[in-house]
Design a protein around this ligand. Structure first.
Ligand code: SF4
Length: 189
């Protein structure tokens, strides 16, 4: 096998094994892996991205599968639907108190224990390498980045310093709070 193929495999195989280990804990709390992913997404998504369509794009799933996931989470009391302001049939999805509470027991946090055991330098390099890999792969597959608002080309930091929402989004032409600047967005670019 060529050297670069061996190197690539030495990254892809541990990633596959880690993914399987992480998924193995995701049948806790009466939820399945897709439902955990949806809850995590809604805990991070901004107000332009808390819709079934954005969730479908983020998970790269089908409309039917996401619809089942949403129904199950709603039935279990982890999320609630509400009409989107000024947008007829469109709806918003939000975590309920119960949904926020269950995320404190997210099985993904198990990985944090192992990450804590790595040195700070290794953790930083790993974070950078994985972020670069994800960005490259998303671009190659022409998938939306769903990045953090403050890293978007439409974001203007402290555009209105005197306001409670000091930052600005040039795409939606709205103010953004500090908390919103750290959320993820379906229109991130
Ligand atoms: S600045 Fe970018 S990421 Fe933030 S809300 Fe606007 S489009 Fe979304």
């Amino acid at each position: 096998m060529a050297k670069d193929k061996i190197e690539n495999a030495s990254i892809a195989w541990p990633l596959e094994r880690l993914t399987r280990l992480m998924r193995s804990g995701e049948h806790e709390g009466g939820l399945n892996p897709a439902q955990w992913e949806a809850l995590r997404y809604l805990s991070r998504a901004n107000r332009f991205s808390n819709s079934p369509i954005a969730l479908t794009r983020f998970l790269g799933s089908t409309k039917g599968t996401i619809s089942q996931t949403i129904k199950a989470l709603e039935r279990k009391g982890f999320i609630a639907k509400s009409p989107r302001q000024d947008e007829g049939r469109s709806i918003c999805l939000a975590l309920t108190e119960k949904g926020i509470e269950i995320l404190k027991y997210d099985p993904l946090a198990e990985l944090s224990k192992s990450l804590d055991d790595l040195g700070g330098k290794t953790r930083r390099r790993l974070a950078k390498g994985l972020a670069d890999l994800l960005e490259t792969d998303l671009k190659r597959r022409e998938q939306p980045s769903f990045g953090i608002c403050s890293s978007c080309r439409h974001f203007r930091e402290k555009a209105h310093e005197d306001r409670a929402d000091p930052h600005s989004c040039m795409l939606f032409d709205v103010g953004l709070s500090q908390a919103e600047s750290l959320q993820i967005c379906v229109e991130h670019g």
